[in-house]
Design a protein around this ligand. Structure first.
Ligand code: SF4
Length: 362
């Protein structure tokens, strides 16, 4: 395979065919960093409105650095993987305090920032600053496995090392940012996981998998386990017409987001008993008449959650926070205005559907 011919063919195709995406209309390093962060684990169509709203609200690094974390999480709500938003906010403060508000330009310096890994550093350095920095994500790994005929598990560290070496070799030359985006574009539009469109592919004649006819079988990945089931409880806990909201600690799953109080159930624990235990252990609260309203389901990357949703009264007793880092008593309608996860929104919708908001306990 001639690297020069491969590069020429793919770059020419990219310049002709690339999708018009909002972050491709700017050279602002902050906007490019934001887009690359949002695009991790998330589809382009989902990201676009979030990206536009976020930039409108926080137009530059200093605006983001000055913002409250709650406001940042509020703009992120629904996009998932909230550690990305927390890290972005922390990194903006570092850039503002230590780099005068301008993102550093090299991969090494970018990787010093919270949440910036090898992929994001390579993407920002190449796209925003024209540095010949490689990127390998799931899309690029699939394209390389097929083009180069790599028929070993791409999750093995030796194979991952080889992918990065190939990426490093291929990014050398003019327009490293376009080259990296061309690879990602090929993986997103033609060299897709299923049914790759090899007939339309600008690099088909360089492609080992196409020549051998096994593109769809690549990349090789060892089977991963199905998401593990888990059961949890959450409750609309009422006192004199107000509902209790709790904030998760900053670190950990869904950190920094507001939630209904609850907890994961122990094995074989019954939901109502688990709810009483959780409220007692985590908040020092005893509740009257917990009433089960139903359940909602949510799939995280490795876990399938069934969340049993209750309504309960906590007429007295001081809230003692042992797990959560803040709490508020609010009108039930105001709960939806807090930064919250998709699963909490599902639980609140269930509560609204059952008409279990303010009336009973008011
Ligand atoms: S020829 Fe097919 S398998 Fe090879 S890079 Fe192009 S789309 Fe992917």
């Amino acid at each position: 395979m001639s690297r020069t011919a491969l590069r020429r063919a793919l770059l020419a195709w990219y310049r002709r065919q690339r999708r018009d995406l909002p972050w491709r209309r700017t050279r602002d390093p902050y906007a490019i960093w934001l887009s690359e962060t949002m695009l991790q684990q998330t589809r382009v169509e989902t990201v676009i409105p979030y990206y536009e709203r976020f930039l409108e609200r926080f137009p530059d690094v200093d605006a983001l650095a000055d913002a409250d974390l709650d406001d940042v999480l509020g703009e992120w709500a629904g996009l998932g993987y909230y550690s990305r938003a927390r890290n972005l906010h922390r990194a903006a403060r570092v850039v503002s305090d230590e780099h005068g508000g301008a993102l550093p330009q090299t991969c090494d310096a970018l990787r010093e920032l919270p949440g910036v890994g090898r992929y994001t550093a390579g993407a920002v350095a190449s796209i925003a600053f024209d540095r010949p920095a490689p990127v390998v994500d799931g899309n690029v790994a699939r394209v390389f496995a097929r083009l180069l005929g790599i028929r070993e598990d791409v999750r093995r560290s030796a194979v991952a090392r080889r992918l990065w070496e190939e990426a490093e070799a291929l990014v050398q030359g003019a327009s490293p940012g376009d080259w990296n985006q061309a690879l990602m574009e090929l993986g997103a539009t033609l060299c897709t996981p299923r049914a790759p469109r090899c007939g339309d592919c600008p690099v088909a004649r360089h492609c080992d998998a196409h020549a051998r006819g096994d593109a769809e079988a690549l990349p090789v990945k060892s089977r991963t386990a199905d998401p593990r089931p888990m059961q949890a409880v959450a409750a609309l806990v009422m006192r004199r017409g107000r509902a209790l909201a709790v904030r998760r600690p900053a670190e950990g799953l869904l950190g920094g987001l507001w939630d209904l109080p609850g907890a994961e159930l122990a094995r074989d624990e019954r939901p109502a008993a688990g709810l009483r235990r959780a409220l007692e252990e985590r908040l020092g609260l005893a509740v009257d008449r917990p009433r089960r309203l139903g359940a909602v389901e949510h799939v995280f990357s490795h876990r399938r959650l069934e969340l049993h949703v209750f309504r309960a009264e906590a007429p007295a007793g001081r809230v003692r926070r042992r797990v959560f880092d803040a709490h508020r008593w609010l009108a039930p309608d105001a709960l939806r205005e807090l930064p919250q996860s998709a699963v909490t929104r599902k639980a609140l919708s269930l509560i609204a559907d059952r008409g279990a908001g303010a009336a009973e306990g008011a």
